[in-house]
Design a protein around this ligand. Structure first.
Ligand code: NAD
Ligand code: MG
Length: 394
């Protein structure tokens, strides 16, 4: 029986992972080792109970007594806090889902790789902030990383059986997000509610806003460069409003392989769960006659400054990915709290990168996880100052 752990089980990706596990037979088909969640203790406890999890871990130590009460009549052990989450990754499991959102997902993924596990990686921040370290860790321990982000799963599938040296370009598709058709001048006044109205994908709140600003695509461009080992200029972005092509790979003989399917994260999650097999999945089938048209347009960089910033981060590499991601998270917090406007998010990130230029050092590669975490911390502090100054000036 395969053993599995899910980090971020109560989130959007986590819930869909649990759904697939339940459909495949739940506790009768898998040995569920660890489940972790943030604030939603009731949901975490429900999952742990129905999947007979060995361990349930919540993010905040203050919540431990409540989680313990919820699971008092079960054999599930309970724990809490970042260290307990990292330790949960030390427990033997064949397959580990990394679906905590943000930089908090970095350490548990690393710990799972150290044990040579198969890591299904939804947490894109891991590759953005520490890509070379993560891949080196996987290689060192003969661990496997399977991409779960839909674009990267699509690229991974298009590359199966191909030689990466024959790849000319990787074309990431982007929906353009909720504000895609707004006039440029109106974007500065967009509210959280408006930015949350994603046209195609149902996702967590943070990634949906990042989709409207294309900070999500910016992270994915960097993620692509790191995971597939291509050069920055080989990675392109195209707006594809229907979100039916999940990405494309262009080869040096002129062929382009496109991956199509319904926009449903259970496809890439299920692909990673069943890999290397391709098992049946409960996702909608495309009726192409009904779809009839697929459209594309080039992204306007004035509308999406995050894409320009991603290019700068890739040119700089080293700790720039950690600074970029952390500044983006803080800018997003301030936008969600109403302190800064939608377009100010890119301004905060850009100013943070400029302010931290001397601290980023000359190295082209991050040297240790501690350096990445140190830069993450520094960038959060600096971005917070910059965001508050902007909020005061509004
Ligand atoms: P989400 O916000 O819905 O869920 C995040 C999970 O992490 C929850 O279980 C939450 O409780 C937990 N969590 C949050 N902060 C935590 C902390 N500090 N410590 C421990 N646990 C914490 O997010 P999501 O949309 O499921 O995304 C998860 C990851 O997958 C992100 O990195 C995201 O970019 C990536 N991703 C998501 C989608 C999607 O469709 N949702 C698609 C592609 C990639
Ligand atoms: Mg994606």
């Amino acid at each position: 029986m395969r053993s599995i752990s899910i980090f971020g089980a109560t989130g959007s990706v986590g819930e869909q992972t649990v759904d697939l596990i339940q459909r495949a037979g739940g506790a009768g088909a898998f040995r569920v080792v660890a489940l972790t969640g943030g604030r939603n203790l009731a949901r975490l406890a429900d999952m742990a109970r129905s999947l007979h999890a060995e361990l349930a871990v919540c993010a905040d130590p203050a919540d431990l007594p409540a989680l313990r009460d919820l699971l008092a009549d079960t054999t599930t052990e309970t724990a809490a806090g970042p260290e307990a989450i990292a330790e949960a990754a030390d427990r033997p499991a064949d397959w580990v889902m990394s679906a905590i959102v943000g930089a908090a997902g970095l350490v548990p993924g690393f710990r799972a790789l150290r044990h040579g596990r198969t890591l299904a990686l939804a947490n894109k921040e891991s590759l953005v902030t520490a890509g070379p370290l993560l891949l080196a860790e996987a290689a060192k321990h003969k661990a496997t990383i399977l991409p779960v982000d839909s674009e990267h799963s699509a690229i991974f599938q298009a590359l199966t059986g191909e030689d990466i040296t024959c790849v000319e370009r990787i074309i990431l598709t982007a929906s353009g997000g909720a504000l895609r058709d707004w006039p440029l001048e109106a974007l500065a006044k967009a509210t959280v509610k408006e930015a949350l109205a994603h046209p195609n994908w149902a996702m967590g709140q943070r990634i949906t806003i990042d989709s409207a600003s294309m900070f999500n695509k910016a992270l994915e461009v960097i993620e692509t460069r790191e995971f597939f080992g291509v050069t920055p200029d080989q990675v392109e972005v195209i707006i594809h409003p229907e979100s039916l092509i999940h990405s494309m790979v262009g080869f040096h003989d002129g062929a382009i392989m496109a991956h199509l399917g319904a926009p449903d994260m259970r496809h890439p999650i299920g692909y990673a769960l069943n890999w290397p097999a391709r098992d049946a999945l409960p996702v909608a089938r495309l009726d192409l006659a009904q779809v009839s048209t697929l459209t594309f347009r080039a992204p306007d960089l004035a509308r999406y400054p995050a894409l320009r910033l991603a290019r700068e981060v890739m040119a700089r590499r080293g700790l720039a990915g950690a600074a970029f991601n952390a500044a983006k998270e803080i800018a997003l917090d301030h936008f969600l709290a109403g302190g800064i406007g939608f377009m100010d998010m890119a301004g905060v990130v850009e100013d943070t990168l400029t302010a931290l230029d001397p601290e980023m050092g000359a190295s082209n590669l991050p040297e240790a996880l501690e350096d990445v975490l140190g830069m993450d911390h520094l960038a959060r502090v600096r971005a917070g100052e910059i965001a508050r100054a902007r909020a005061g000036g509004r």
